[in-house]
Design a protein around this ligand. Structure first.
Ligand code: FAD
Ligand code: NAI
Length: 475
């Protein structure tokens, strides 16, 4: 096996494995090192996303949504379900199978693209512009060399001081995806993306969920109108979200966890939970890389410092994904991975940070791209807004899911689309149209004049675009 590579990627998550595939496509002799282990100790490439993130969470969100439909939603369609039961072991088993299919898919893609895979931890030994020595510590220890190195080592859940994750009672995303018995009372600290998605899963399966959020506003980064609507809908489903709390002492007992906190009014409470998920953000993972040994610079927050092109301070060393600045999203990591491989090949890879979509996979889903109304106001941009509710959309009525709306924000003078915000059914799919439109710098009128299939949820997108000029047809 070759030990000398043109490109070595450290980390096999969506940033790393995609960078490796693209580099191999471009003709480079490429290796990818990833240390993630499956339960048998074997390789499990795909990183956080595949193993304890995007994929398993979406599998459980789907399963729990089916369960909720069968429990509460089918009756309205005239479908009567008797003797409904929950086999959580099977549900978790399915989730694990989906994860494994994705792990295996990546190993297959490595073979197909002739990427050499190393299972183990990669760390810098030494190097300069002429090349780097990388140690791989796996079942055996070996050293390989690389002309270019792409660091894609991802991130880990941030712990609260004094409440380390034991993954039995105090859970990070890892434990939250594998609770073997539905907790009666589940506490969640942090009403961010993970808190809302995992809180939704366990609420649907029967847990009483209390979410404790430090900030006084719900989903502060989301367009205010959409966030308010989402808060109303999620609260109605039974997710108890407490804003403006201050977390005090957290104590894990034998079978439960107590959380002392003060609410927004300053009143003291103690919550007793069977399980506690802590989802207060993630920290970049640079441990074990020997970054300091080769002088790889980190920024003041511990991320690998990179420029707009993902170049680090070291010649021919690049970094992508969660370990660098910017949103911690799998698709952002992938785009950076592709762009870096192309830049190594002398091409002009580019990531447009203005058109990276966000999706929160609650029900209804929340999705957006571009600027929020509050951002435009703060920036003094003159804009027009148009909204359209799913209540007035024929397909949503037929589906029996009429919650939420689509909202367009367009430049007051040029009509260029500046942001699109959706809370509603299949928002994750609907947002793609807005991303394409914004990439092509379309106007809201462009969308308003495009023929959309009927009946479809996408007609709500067209109608919201029409509403920018106050000419929605169905509302
Ligand atoms: P990672 O996926 O973290 O991969 C890094 C890999 O590098 C890991 O396999 C790690 O073991 C390995 N590694 C680290 N150090 C070394 C080393 N020294 N040597 C060898 N290997 C090493 N994003 C979305 O876009 N959509 C979602 O729906 C979504 N859902 C999520 C749900 C949850 C619960 C969580 C926690 C995250 C979710 N994310 C989602 C975020 C997404 O998972 C991350 O943005 C994405 O995984 C980042 O990719 P990455 O390649 O940078 O890092
Ligand atoms: P987050 O940043 O989305 O949310 C963290 C929340 O915790 C914030 O609302 C913050 O105000 C709150 N918080 C912070 N400290 C706190 C404290 N001491 N007490 C109470 N609340 C506190 O982070 P989260 O949910 O951990 O997810 C991490 C990242 O993973 C996300 O930002 C996102 O990038 C990614 N992710 C993406 C998903 C998707 O795309 N659908 C799904 C899940 C995660």
């Amino acid at each position: 096996m070759s030990k000398n590579f043109d490109v070595v990627v450290i980390g096999g998550g969506p940033g790393g494995y995609i960078a490796a595939i693209r580099a191999a496509q471009l003709g480079f002799n490429t290796a990818c090192i990833d240390e993630w282990k499956n339960e048998k100790g074997g390789p499990a490439p795909g990183g956080t996303c595949t193993n304890v993130g995007c994929i398993p969470s979406k599998a459980l969100l789907q399963s729990s949504e089916h369960y909720e439909h069968a429990s509460h939603g089918f009756a309205e369609h005239g479908i009567e379900v008797k003797g409904l039961g929950l086999n959580l072991e099977k549900m978790l088993g399915r989730k694990n199978t989906v994860v494994k299919q994705n792990n295996d898919g990546i190993l297959y893609l490595f073979k197909k693209n002739k990427v050499t895979f190393f299972h183990g931890r990669g760390s810098f030994v030494k190097g300069d512009a002429n090349g780097y020595e990388i140690k791989v510590a796996g079942a055996a220890e070996e050293t390989i060399t690389a002309k270019h190195v792409i660091v894609a080592t991802g991130s880990n859940a941030r712990a609260l001081p004094g409440a380390e994750f034991d993954e039995k009672l105090i859970l990070s995303n890892t434990g939250a995806l594998s609770i073997s018995e539905v907790p009666k009372k589940l506490g969640v600290i942090g009403a961010g993306v993970i808190g809302l998605e995992m809180g939704s899963v366990w609420r649907r399966l029967g847990a009483e969920v209390t979410v404790l959020e430090a900030l006084p506003t719900f989903l502060g980064a989301v367009d205010e109108q959409i966030a308010k609507e989402a808060q109303k809908l999620l609260t109605k489903q039974g997710l108890a979200v407490n804003l403006g709390v201050k977390i005090g002492t957290i104590k894990a007992g034998k079978n439960s966890v107590s959380v002392e906190y003060t609410d927004a009014k300053g009143e003291a409470h103690t919550g007793e939970f069977d399980k506690l998920i802590i989802s207060i953000g993630r920290t970049p993972n640079t441990i074990g890389l020997n970054a300091e040994g080769v002088g790889l610079k980190l920024d003041e927050r511990g991320f690998i410092a990179v420029d707009g092109d993902c170049k680090t301070n070291l010649p021919n060393v690049w970094a992508v994904g969660d370990v660098v600045r910017g949103p911690m999203l799998a698709h952002k990591a992938e785009e950076e991975g592709v762009a870096v491989a192309e830049r190594i090949a002398g091409q002009h890879g580019h990531v447009n940070f203005n058109t990276i979509p966000w999706v929160i996979y609650t029900s209804p889903e929340i999705a957006w791209v571009g600027k929020t109304e509050q951002q435009l106001k703060a920036e003094g941009v003159q804009y027009k807004a148009g909204t359209f509710p799913f209540l007035a959309n024929g397909r949503a009525r037929a589906l029996g899911d009429t919650s939420g709306m689509v909202k367009f924000l367009a430049d007051a003078k040029t009509d260029e689309i500046l942001g699109v915000h959706i809370v509603g059914p299949m928002a994750s799919e609907l947002i793609s149209e807005a991303v394409v439109a914004m990439e092509f710098r379309a106007s809201s009128e462009d969308i308003a004049r495009i023929c959309h299939a009927h009946p479809s949820l996408s007609e709500a997108t067209k109608e919201a675009a029409l509403a920018v000029d106050k000419r929605a047809l169905n509302f």
